[in-house]
Design a binder for this molecule. Structure first.
Ligand code: F3S
Length: 91
């Protein structure tokens, strides 16, 4: 199990979430962030940091957003790690 970044992140990338991550499991895509499910320890520290509530525990991802579970697993392997906060895409 892991935390999952979902659609609300797309086009925003606030990156508040990465600050409290103890295992640096976030990866940065062009439009959104992804969590590596192999590295995530399910601590949940990132969930409350996201201003648009984009992060869910895997079991709690709404049905309409289930595609993001596989997308995080796939894209976290294809994108670079991100460990420092940066300016968001949206305001
Ligand atoms: Fe995205 Fe929210 Fe993090 S918008 S970058 S999941 S703080």
């Amino acid at each position: 199990m892991a935390m999952v970044v979902t659609g609300a992140c797309f086009g925003c990338k606030y990156t508040d979430c990465i600050v409290n991550c103890p295992v640096e499991c976030f990866h940065e895509g062009e439009k959104m962030l992804y969590i590596d499910p192999e590295e995530c320890i399910d601590c949940g520290a990132c969930v409350s940091e996201c201003p648009v509530e984009a992060i869910y525990y895997e079991d709690d991802v709404p049905e309409s957003m289930h595609g993001f579970i596989a997308l995080n697993a796939e894209m976290s392997q294809k994108t670079p790690s991100i460990t420092e906060q940066k300016e968001p895409l949206c305001s």
